[in-house]
Write a protein that binds this ligand. Structure first.
Ligand SMILES: [Zn+2]
Ligand SMILES: [Zn+2]
Length: 160
């Protein structure tokens, strides 16, 4: 009887110990899982940070691209205008001396300051490189009167 009880007790003890071991295992695993979750959360946060960073860079790039497109369009329009003038001038030149005298009017107009329309142009504007202002008007004008681009610098030139 006693031996049976002992055996039963041993069996129960063994089972209890086994259960305890399993519980410890589960605890360890859940702790590992918790660490894993923490790591995943951290990674997710860092990814979110990176995503935000990328988003801001993307926004910046988009703004730059829009600016470049706007500038490109302005430049393309400007280029188109110039080539039109060049074509007109070259076609006029082909006609000879009769049209040559008519040529003088736009050229003369070209050399007059676009702001006061009186003095001779003598200031080259940057960054658009339009030669369109006299030295007096350059002092108070900050935007190119031809292409409306902000003046970043100016250079006085002398016509020869
Ligand atoms: Zn002027
Ligand atoms: Zn300009």
């Amino acid at each position: 009887m006693v031996s049976i009880l002992n055996a039963l007790g041993k069996g129960v003890n063994a089972k209890l110990r086994e259960k305890q071991r399993k519980l410890e295992n589960i605890n360890r695993k859940s702790k590992e899982l918790g660490d894993g979750i923490k790591q995943v959360v951290n990674e997710a946060q860092s990814w979110r940070h990176r995503a935000k960073y990328n988003e801001s860079i993307a926004n910046l790039l988009e703004r730059n691209i829009q600016q470049l497109i706007a500038q490109g369009t302005a430049r393309a329009l400007e280029g188109f205008g110039k080539s039109e003038v060049d074509d007109a001038v070259s076609s006029m030149n082909h006609h000879g001396t009769v049209c040559g005298s008519r040529n003088q009017v736009p050229l003369d107009h070209h050399l007059k300051c676009r702001a006061c329309k009186g003095k001779e142009v003598s200031v080259l504007l940057f960054s658009c490189r339009h030669l369109c202002l006299c030295i007096d008007c350059e002092g108070w004008i900050n935007i190119c009167p031809i292409c409306l681009v902000m003046k970043t610098a100016s250079l006085q030139v002398y016509m020869s």
